[in-house]
Design a protein around this ligand. Structure first.
Ligand SMILES: [Zn+2]
Ligand SMILES: [Zn+2]
Length: 264
């Protein structure tokens, strides 16, 4: 490998990943926390206002994480140029069925990896070293999207590059996943639920993780560990959502609570 090219690619990717983070996090921070009025019709999840020093720290760790992500990212990019990865250009190589199936397969593997490494990082011996930084945001802001200690960033950055060498995926599929990942990280830490109630209470909200779900993880620590899907939290009994928020509580449960009240 040509080390100068690799170094230049790493620097270029670092700049690109940082700008992508700043643009997406900056937009949501402005639209949700700074702009008067409710531009995105989002629901604020707690009354906590994160202090400016927390936001500065979220940005600092996120920029460091962007540099860490660039290292394996550049390796994949350089290997791809010489045809050494499983990323392909011609859809007909694997057909349309795999073109559409490959993205959910990637997301599910990533989600599984995230759930179990995340649970491992909550072990009392590992938590202070790897994961405490992320939980300093008790009420995160959009800037917390990549706010991880470098050890956590390295662990998190490993999975997609490994998959890119093993499981065939079209170049547009991998780009879609990278953009989705950034938007999901930023919005799930935004402190606001962006999905309208209709979607949140429907099939999407019952299976897909949104801000309300991940915000509870930052408040409670012992539930809602997953990244994209509620699957592993459900299987392992760590899923909390509907009963925790008044606006999501099913009507029957709300009525039961109401009738249980003294004098009710
Ligand atoms: Zn988080
Ligand atoms: Zn955690």
């Amino acid at each position: 490998m040509d080390w100068t090219t690799y170094l230049l690619t790493t620097v270029a990717l670092f700049v690109f990943i940082t700008l992508r983070y700043l643009a997406i996090a900056g937009f949501f921070y402005w639209a949700l926390w700074k702009r008067p009025g409710n531009l995105l019709r989002a629901r604020k999840l707690t009354d906590i206002t994160p202090p400016p020093q927390l936001i500065r720290s979220e940005i600092k760790w996120s920029v460091i994480a962007s540099a860490i992500y660039a290292v394996p990212g550049a390796l994949v990019l350089e290997a791809w140029k010489v045809g050494g990865t499983a990323i392909y250009m011609d859809i007909s190589e694997y057909g349309w069925v795999w073109y559409f199936a490959s993205v959910p397969v990637y997301l599910f593997i990533h989600d599984t990896y995230f759930y179990w490494t995340h649970r491992m990082m909550h072990h009392p011996k590992i938590f202070p070293i790897m994961h405490k930084v992320h939980h300093e945001s008790r009420q995160p802001t959009p800037w917390a999207g990549f706010s991880f200690h470098p050890t956590e960033s390295i662990l998190g950055a490993a999975i997609l590059p490994v998959l890119a060498f093993i499981i065939p995926i079209h170049v547009s599929g991998i780009l879609f996943i990278l953009v989705l990942m950034t938007i999901v990280s930023v919005t799930n830490h935004s402190g606001f639920e962006l999905l309208p109630d209709r979607l949140l209470k429907g099939v999407i909200g019952r299976n897909w993780i949104s801000a309300a779900h991940h915000n509870l993880h930052h408040q409670r620590y012992t539930c809602n560990y997953a990244l994209y899907f509620r699957f592993w939290d459900r299987v392992m009994g760590t899923d909390r959502l509907e009963m925790e928020y008044e606006f999501l509580r099913p009507a029957t449960a709300a009525a039961a609570l109401e009738s249980g009240k003294p004098g009710g």
